[in-house]
Design a protein around this ligand. Structure first.
Ligand code: UD1
Length: 369
């Protein structure tokens, strides 16, 4: 393939922004023409625009305004509008990131148009086909020419599924590029203090997976467990719109010690995460960010597509049973929790490696080259 001159980078939902921001910057520095397309899957200021400000990302060249809808409708809307965008811009390469509906929708559009597709965060697998993200990951990888993986387990998964080795490039973790670039700024903001929290003495909780929040009974059990934790230590809970809607619909009681706040911006969240005693979450990205920061993380899921955070990092896969939360928190309070180490390639230079590959027009990747 020739060097791609025109590259479209896609973002759609919150976890995409911190992965794509460093790539846009690196590609622009190399003199490539970059078009940034925001599908509008996430649209609230707190779920979207604050991240552009915090990460210093350029204003998107196109905003597709797809908004919220069920999976089929949301995916179809992205496809229709992104197809028109490809028609007018004619990119040589489309870069998509992660596992959200916008990722798959845009990869599929580009593949059908014969445009090269690069997948940032390729190869991750939870092996849980009930997760919409797992479907998105597997199908996106299958639409992609270039599989940019964050860690060796990603390479192994792809090779085991029969992808040609020359398509796979381990670039490392792009989310950690953003974390390293911004951590000092986030620390200077003294976010915990501004929320009335004492650094090192509080927990942070986030929950938004359908498997945890869409079933009122499971959500009630998780909230009761977090309420119990809040008797031992302050618990800050920045609440995702999906979760807030479910809590309100079920009229769930919220314990006094559980500090529910609106979703936080990137720097604000980094600030509270870097200074907490422990994290309780079902997020994918937070498992990685806590490993990078050396903060113990309890993941409320039965599986993870990020096993390296358990094997090498600070993550413990607790399972989805709410009863396990309080004993696990007490254990961390007693022992300090897992310390872990930072995986290879989580070094803040992943975007440079992506730019090397793109600039080289995959030359080094083509078989026999
Ligand atoms: C999506 C991703 C998930 C990711 C998460 C991060 C998929 C399948 N899921 O899930 O992988 O971890 O984003 O947040 O793509 N809403 C708002 N404002 C917004 C966005 C959403 O109020 O800006 C509300 C809407 O009521 C919407 C609900 O949140 O129906 C769910 O949003 P949606 O984008 O469908 O999925 P998420 O649960 O956010």
């Amino acid at each position: 393939m020739m060097q791609p001159q025109r590259v479209t980078c896609v973002v759609g939902a919150r976890p995409n922004f911190m992965k794509v921001a460093p790539v846009v910057e690196a590609l622009q520095k190399r003199g490539l023409t970059v078009r940034l397309v925001h599908t509008g899957q996430h649209y609230d200021a707190k779920m979207s625009s604050v991240f552009f400000d915090d990460l210093g990302m350029p204003v998107p060249d196109a905003f597709l305004q797809v908004g919220s809808a069920n999976h089929a409708v949301q995916t179809a809307r992205v496809m229709e509008r992104f197809d028109a965008d490809c028609e007018s811009f004619e990119p040589h390469l489309v870069l998509v990131a992660g596992d959200v509906n916008s990722t798959l929708a845009c990869a599929l559009v580009a593949a059908k148009r014969g445009i090269a597709v690069g997948h940032i965060e390729a190869g991750l697998r939870s092996r849980d086909w009930t997760m919409p993200e797992e479907i998105n990951r597997i199908l996106t990888d299958n639409c992609s020419d270039l599989l940019l993986t964050p860690s060796a387990d990603g390479d192994d998964n792809l090779l085991a599924e029969g992808f040609e080795p020359w398509r796979i490039v381990r670039v490392g973790n792009l989310m950690i590029d953003s974390l390293r670039k911004n951590i000092d700024r986030a620390q200077r903001l003294q976010v915990p203090e501004s929320l009335g929290l004492i650094p090192g003495s509080y927990a942070v909780a986030t929950l938004h997976r359908p498997s945890n929040v869409d079933e009122p009974e499971q959500l009630a059990k998780l909230f009761a467990a977090l309420g119990e934790v809040s008797r031992d230590m302050a618990v800050l809970f920045p609440i995702h719109p999906r979760t807030r809607a479910r809590v309100e619909a079920a009229s769930l009681p919220v314990a006094d010690g559980l500090q529910l706040v609106e979703p936080l911006g990137y720097l604000q969240f980094l600030g509270v995460m870097a200074n907490c005693k422990l994290m309780i979450t079902d997020s994918g990205g937070i498992q990685e960010e806590t490993t990078a920061l050396g903060i113990p993380c309890l993941t409320i899921r039965d599986n993870t597509e990020r096993p390296i955070t358990v094997d090498e990092g600070t993550n413990t896969l607790l399972g989805s049973e709410a009863g396990r939360i309080v004993p696990a928190v007490r254990e961390i309070l007693k022992t300090g929790g897992k310390s872990g180490r930072i995986p290879d390639g989580w070094d803040g230079h992943a975007a440079q490696r992506v730019a090397d590959v793109v600039e080289g027009g995959f030359r080094t990747l083509t078989q026999g080259a």
